[in-house]
Design a protein around this ligand. Structure first.
Ligand code: ADP
Ligand code: MG
Length: 895
């Protein structure tokens, strides 16, 4: 430490202005001037001193605060009053000038200026206000503060700091008054005060509140250098009396400790630490100001409260007198060094700070470590140096004054200790969470209750509904039961009535039953006898049958014989018929010729037998000239040739054509020519003439020629296949000339004799054409018609016998029967014969019987069987009648 920098130089009385131009120390209001004061920054600011409660600290720019130093002069004590009665005080105070004059001798003195000069008359109150009050106020504002007394033993350090003022309240020292001010300021609800009280002796820290803690260690936060005493007792004080009690206790312990250590309290340092923690209203908070206007809801609710933590350290230092004086208190030199170590270290640090030395040996002693923030730190520090008036201790007084002078040069950088109280926020939030949990629980309970209520209500409603449903159901059931019972009763009544009816009916029916039973038994007896009769008859029938079988065989034989006979007879009849036809034709021709002769018409060229349907057509001349007449035609045929003659059929001249036809017709009468004519296409030419020509003569002659050709069986089929029947039918329908019709009828009659052409002939209208021609009553025509019908009937009969045909006669189908019946007894014999034969043929088949009976044919047959002049026909008719069961039945019936 530098020496005597501010010492007046010699006796010139020249005052060295050693104190910076700061505001007046004596003015508490001036001292209180806060952050606005900026009198230069200190290089050695150690930053803020925080405490162990954690939380974030906001570094605010510090304000410069020089260590304030006041000097207090103790009044003369009794000893001094008596011993030094003849001597003047070694100091002279000029309080109004804040100056102190230290007398060197009677004529010379050094003048020192202090922040405050307190005379021996200064009251404790005034000392407190001048020295400590500004520091206390700073502590309440959140700064650290230090009040320290330095001086020779017995100069009043303890008097200034530690008097309790029990007997005289005006005597209360700084500690008591400081605490009074603190209590007056704080709010017990939000703020708190904790106190530690320690003694430092020979580099050992003892806990004055708990003497067992007699060696406390100092802990230093490696980050910010904050100094704490983890083992020290911290007692919360809530009121002044309890604080005074603590002080008293601490003093008692200090006394005991010093007794034990065989020392005096003047050799040890007493340190009172008061931790003041205050919550800060938002508007006062530095942090709030810095946060500006960002006051969202979240920031308001989640922002931790701001607290300020000020720490007041009051240090009653050990006596500053030099203890290395020999003989003092019997300590060894080493002990003396150790006793004084802290104090001398403090002096060195203050010197270093005062001289802006690069090294401040803070770590040299426990005291300097504990007071690190008080000198050159962030605390507001006020030092009172106490001096006595005695000139005998002038040296000590002088050194004390010099200490004070150097301390006045130490600049601190005051920093407010404001931080966010996260713990408090956490507690607050805990409270909120708990209340929310409670609220939630309440709501849950209410919800459950509501659910319960609703479910009870629902159950009630359901049970009511069920009850009403059951009631309705029961009513319905009873109703249906009633209805059912009534229905049953009705039915029972009906049943009873019915049963009584049934009973009466039963009685009557019983009588009937007995009768019926009797009848039944009779019937059974009758049946038995009848059965016996039947058996007898059956036996008889068997006998008959046996004899009948034998008879039948005989009959069959006879029948066979008979049929053979009939067949033979038929053949003969056919021949007879042919002969008759020829005869008929001849007679007819004769008649014609006779007529022509009679009429003188010689134009008729046809022979009388030309129309013969059995014999070939001949030239009329033949008849007259006999066999010799054949000559010219044969000659013509031989000379001209068939082809030439046939070609003439198509000649333009009608006369030529008619003659050509006549020639052909004549030639066709010869069986030998028929084939040649057909081969040469004569048949086709003749048929086409029927179509193309309208000349009736040609029709007649051509039809005659066709009729001649139709005698040959193979030609018959050719005629049919070339549509001859249709052409003939057409001519038959349109012609009026009996000769023409006779030729046409003759041609069709020839075709009717062919077994194979039956169906086709009938289908193409052959039978109808025949029947149509009967309109002409000429017997020759009718004879040809009758011949055709007889031929057809014969073929049908053959077919039926052979099993080829099964149905009714096509003649009947086509309506021939009436004409047949009508003409069966025609006076012209050829007609009659043909019809009689036809009837016999038709009658041979049962299928025709019914129509024949109804059509009157039966009577004709009967007549034939009796009256026919021809015996063979008569026999045939008879046989036919007897062999037909239908005819037999009908005849029986009529009989
Ligand atoms: P220190 O603590 O410095 O050793 P003390 O405070 O014990 O000194 O004081 C020594 C004596 O002086 C005490 O008896 C005390 O009453 C008395 N004394 C000290 N200062 C004053 C004062 N200003 N007025 C009256 N008496 C005082
Ligand atoms: Mg003392």
């Amino acid at each position: 430490m530098a020496n005597n920098n501010y010492k007046n130089g010699g006796g010139g009385g020249v005052k060295t202005k050693s104190i910076s131009s700061s505001s007046s120390f004596s003015s508490s209001s001036g001292y209180k001037s806060k952050p606005s004061v900026t009198s230069g920054l200190r290089r050695s600011s150690t930053g803020s001193v925080s405490n162990s409660t954690g939380g974030s600290h906001k570094d605010t720019p510090g304000v410069s605060g020089r260590v304030r130093v006041a000097v207090r002069l103790r009044p003369r004590n009794n000893e001094e009053l008596s011993t030094d009665a003849d001597f003047a005080d070694c100091v002279e105070l000029q309080p109004e000038l804040k100056r102190l004059k230290l007398r060197r001798n009677n004529w010379d003195s050094d003048t020192f200026e202090f922040d405050e000069v307190l005379t021996e008359f200064a009251s404790q109150k005034r000392v407190y206000e001048v020295v400590a009050k500004p520091v206390v106020e700073s502590v309440l504002d959140g700064y650290n503060g230090t009040v320290m007394a330095y001086g020779q033993t017995g100069t009043g350090k303890t008097y200034t700091l530690g008097r309790l003022g029990d007997e005289d309240t005006s005597a209360r020292g700084i500690m008591v008054r400081a605490m009074e001010d603190i209590f007056a300021e704080i709010s017990p609800e939000t703020d708190s005060i904790y106190v530690s009280y320690l003694q430092l002796y020979m580099e050992t820290i003892q806990d004055l509140l708990d003497p067992t803690n007699d060696n406390l260690s100092i802990s230093e936060d490696p980050k910010n250098g904050d100094i704490t005493l983890p083992g020290a007792t911290l007692i919360e004080v809530r009121d002044q009396p309890s604080f005074v009690e603590l002080l008293r206790l601490g003093e008692a312990h200090r006394f005991a400790a010093n007794t034990k250590l065989n020392t005096e309290s003047s050799r040890s340092h007493a340190i009172l630490m008061v931790h003041v923690k205050r919550s800060v209203k938002e508007k006062d908070s530095v942090s709030t100001i810095e946060n500006g206007s960002s006051k969202s809801h979240m920031s308001r609710t989640m922002k931790p409260p701001v607290v300020r933590k000020g720490k007041l350290i009051v240090v009653d230092l050990a006596g500053s007198e030099r203890i290395d004086k020999s003989g003092s208190e019997g300590h060894t030199l080493e002990e003396a060094k150790s006793i004084n170590l802290s104090l001398s270290a403090l002096g060195k640090c203050i010197n270093a700070l005062a001289e802006n030395s690069s090294h401040v040996p803070v770590r040299d002693s426990k005291l300097t470590r504990l007071l690190r923030d008080s000198f050159g730190g962030t605390a507001r520090t006020s030092l009172v140096i106490t001096i006595g008036p005695s000139p005998r201790h002038r040296g000590e007084t002088s050194s004390t004054i010099m200490f004070g002078q150097r301390a006045m040069k130490v600049e601190n950088m005051l920093k407010i200790k404001e931080e966010f109280d996260y713990k408090s926020l956490a507690r607050k939030l805990d409270v909120q969470v708990e209340s929310l949990i409670a609220e939630h629980e309440r709501q849950q309970k209410a919800y459950k209750d509501e659910i319960k209520r609703i479910s009870l209500e629902a159950k009630k409603q359901v049970s009511e509904a069920e009850k009403s449903y059951a009631d309705t159901l029961e009513k319905e059931r009873l109703k249906y039961q009633r209805d059912c019972m009534e229905s049953i009763k009705k039915l029972e009544t009906q049943l009873a009535v019915k049963q009584s009816n049934d009973e009466s009916r039963h009685k009557t029916s019983n009588g009937e039953l007995i009768e019926v039973k009797k009848l039944l038994q009779n019937e059974i007896l009758l049946r038995k006898s009848a059965e016996e009769e039947v058996k007898k008859l059956q036996n008889q029938v068997m006998q008959y049958k046996k004899s009948e079988v034998a008879g039948n065989a005989e009959i069959l034989k006879l029948r066979k014989k008979l049929e053979d006979e009939v067949h033979q007879k038929e053949k003969l009849e056919e021949e007879i018929s042919m002969l008759q036809n020829q005869l008929l034709q001849l007679s007819f021709d004769a008649d014609e010729t006779r007529k022509q002769i009679e009429s003188g018409d010689h134009s008729i060229e046809m022979t009388p037998d030309m129309g013969s349907l059995v014999s070939p057509v001949r030239q009329p001349q033949i008849k007259y000239s006999g066999e010799q007449e054949k000559g010219p035609v044969a000659k013509l045929f031989g000379q001209v040739g068939l082809q030439k003659i046939l070609s003439l059929l198509e000649a333009d001249d009608p006369d030529v054509r008619i003659h050509a036809v006549k020639v052909i017709a004549n030639l066709a009468a010869e069986a030998t020519n028929q084939e040649k004519i057909v081969e040469a296409g004569g048949l086709t030419s003749l048929l086409s003439l029927l179509t193309t020509s309208e000349d009736e003569n040609i029709h007649r002659v051509a039809a005659g020629a066709i009729a001649n050709l139709a005698m040959n069986e193979s030609n018959q089929e050719l005629i049919m296949s070339q549509g001859g029947i249709s052409l003939l039918a057409m001519i038959a329908e349109n012609a009026d000339d009996p000769q023409t019709l006779r030729m046409v009828a003759g041609a069709i009659a020839n075709l009717c004799g062919n077994d194979r052409l039956q169906i086709m002939l009938r289908a193409e209208g052959g039978i109808k054409a025949l029947l149509g021609m009967v309109r002409c009553r000429h017997p020759d025509v009718l004879a040809q018609v009758a011949r055709g019908i007889a031929n057809f009937a014969k073929c049908e009969s053959r077919a039926s016998t052979q099993g080829i045909k099964s149905g009714k006669s096509l003649l009947i189908e086509d309506g021939a029967l009436p004409w047949i019946v009508k003409n069966a007894n025609n006076e012209v014999s050829p007609i009659r014969r043909h019809i009689e034969l036809a009837l016999c043929h038709m009658a041979q088949h049962e299928v025709n019987a019914k129509d024949m009976i109804s059509g009157g044919a039966l009577w004709e047959l009967v007549r034939i069987s009796r009256d026919c002049s021809r015996e063979d026909i008569r026999i045939l008719a008879r046989r036919t009648l007897s062999s037909s069961p239908s005819f037999q039945v009908e005849l029986k019936r009529l009989r």
